[in-house]
Design a protein around this ligand. Structure first.
Ligand code: NAD
Length: 485
């Protein structure tokens, strides 16, 4: 029932307009179970309105001098910094993550805007004055046109900021379809961009779920689609967008492994893994889901992890002392509980049971304490599937080769970490592991805005990744001119 809730509007051509459909989905505060707003479930007709607005804005935006576009990005960066605390609180409200995690997420979003503000350099072409006698060649860079972004619930600020600031800085106009579960941040991001001087129609927001997504994927005038979300949807978006002639980059799910060697700094490993496994309630694509302990370190490591997990304060993330907030929805908590039951029946040893934490018994709010399984094997579902919750699997092997072989068996290959001070082990890990984002003695090796976010295998569908030079290539097309002068 969403009848008394404020239904969010779409943002099209600089105006907040109601969606055509009166179907909605409630937006909850996951810490209290309270319904705070309703997301309209837009249709392809809403998407089409946004495309027409974006198309007409493209005519002048694409011709706006690049330094002038960049100046709006600089102003936007200032406004985001000024509203940092407000944005972080909004992330916590709709996503549930702790204030500290939310604050860090806002920082990551701002860094993307800072990178995009370098558009005058990023948009440069190149030339060779002497390709033959009295002949020269030059490459010019242009925007692609109307482009769209479809984003997940787990980073309502950072992930949209992977997309629209750079796309817009490159001269494109943009349609954002935020997660229906965390739509509020997108609204605020658009308001602040408008305040920074962004012309109407350059950034548009269409709320909704699969109907809106299909409207984007099938629309002939959308040239490129950036997607971040779960693996099956990423694959679907990749295939369908490509079938409709679009560029597509689709970032998908993960099951990241952390290898701990016997010489590792135990305290550092426990601290980093605890933050990576249970931070943001395990709802990070770079979360540590599996620890592979090599040799004798397994016992003290398990002991340390159990102790550190039990010391985490669980609760409403808006309380600044809380470290572990709720998962996103009741259904997600129930799904996670099923995975824990499955882990037990498949023979893993439950070292710490998050179902027994006091907070997990609270009826309102979707809390689950940190859960740790030992004796996990690659046959088990808890090893194979992305659980996306505060559940950590621990395995024990005798050698680094075995640890790498286990990680490489996963269908996913987003990130992988190693804790050791042994240079040749680090080199071996770097050369042999199948994953796109590696960490050495750190828990969450998420690359910064000026490098690509570089998942492999089923963690990514496409060619050019988001961020860095990849992002610039994705959001631009090139013209080559060869001249005899
Ligand atoms: P999700 O796939 O449920 O939703 C992502 C987007 O797709 C949303 O906007 C949603 O409305 C839309 N969508 C959902 N089902 C759809 C369908 N059937 N047809 C068309 N559109 C649909 O993902 P989520 O639960 O919001 O986010 C969590 C997932 O995102 C995890 O798997 C996580 O690993 C992944 N993720 C990956 C990265 C990365 O960089 N690889 C980053 C963040 C999150």
């Amino acid at each position: 029932m969403t009848e008394n809730l404020r239904v969010l509007s779409n943002f099209i051509g600089g105006k907040w307009v109601p969606a055509y459909s009166d179907k909605t989905e409630p937006v909850y505060n996951p810490a209290t179970g309270e319904k705070i707003h309703a997301t309209p479930l837009s249709t392809p007709a809403d998407v089409n309105d946004a495309v027409q607005a974006a198309k007409s804005a493209f005519v002048s935006w694409s011709k706006t001098p690049v330094p002038r576009r960049a100046r709006i990005l600089f102003k936007y960066q200032q406004l985001l910094v000024e509203h940092w605390d407000e944005l972080a609180r909004l992330v916590t409200l709709e996503n549930g993550k702790s204030y500290d995690d939310a604050y860090g997420e806002v920082q990551r979003g701002i860094e993307n805007v800072e990178f995009a503000a370098g558009a005058p350099t990023l948009m440069m072409g190149s030339q060779l004055p002497d390709i033959a006698t009295q002949m020269e060649s030059a490459m010019y860079r242009y925007p692609v046109g109307v482009v769209a972004g479809i984003t997940p619930f787990n980073f309502p600020m950072m992930v949209p900021c992977w997309m629209f600031p750079l796309a817009i800085a490159c001269g494109n106009t943009f349609i954002l379809k935020p997660s229906e579960r965390t739509p509020l941040l997108a609204q605020r991001l658009a308001e602040l961009f408008t305040l920074a001087g962004l012309p109407d129609g350059v950034l548009n927001i269409v709320h909704g779920t699969h109907d809106a997504v299909n409207g984007i994927l099938e629309h002939p005038e959308i040239r490129a689609v950036s997607f971040v979300g779960s693996q099956p949807v990423a694959k679907y978006v990749y295939e369908k967008a490509a079938a409709h002639g679009k560029r597509v980059q689709a970032l998908a799910g993960a099951k990241n492994h952390t290898i701990v060697l016997p010489d590792a700094d135990l305290e550092e490993a426990v601290r980093g893994i605890t933050a990576a496994a249970f931070g943001s309630a395990g709802e990070r694509c770079m979360a540590c889901a599996v620890v592979v302990a090599v040799g004798d370190i397994a016992e003290p490591l398990l002991e340390g992890l159990q102790k550190a997990a039990s010391a985490l304060k669980i609760g409403d993330g808006s309380d600044r002392s809380v470290q572990l907030g709720p998962v996103i929805r009741k259904a997600h908590k129930e799904r996670t509980v099923k995975y824990i039951e499955r882990g037990e029946t498949e023979g893993a040893t439950l070292i710490r049971d998050g179902r027994e934490d006091q907070a997990a018994a609270v009826e309102k709010g979707y809390f689950l304490g940190p859960t740790i399984f030992a004796d996990v094997t690659t046959e088990m579902t808890i090893w194979k599937d992305e659980i996306f919750a505060p559940v950590l699997s621990v395995m024990k092997v005798d050698t680094l080769d075995e640890a790498i072989a286990i990680a490489n068996q996963s269908d996913f290959a987003n990130g992988a970490c190693i804790y050791t001070n042994n240079a040749s082990a680090i080199r071996k890990f770097r050369e042999e592991i199948d994953a796109g984002m590696l960490g050495v003695n750190i828990g969450v090796p998420a690359p910064m805005a000026f490098f690509p976010f570089s998942g492999w295998k089923n963690s990514f569908y496409g060619d050019l990744h988001v961020n860095g030079r990849d992002g610039v290539e994705f959001y631009t097309r090139r013209k080559m001119i060869t001249s005899r002068l």
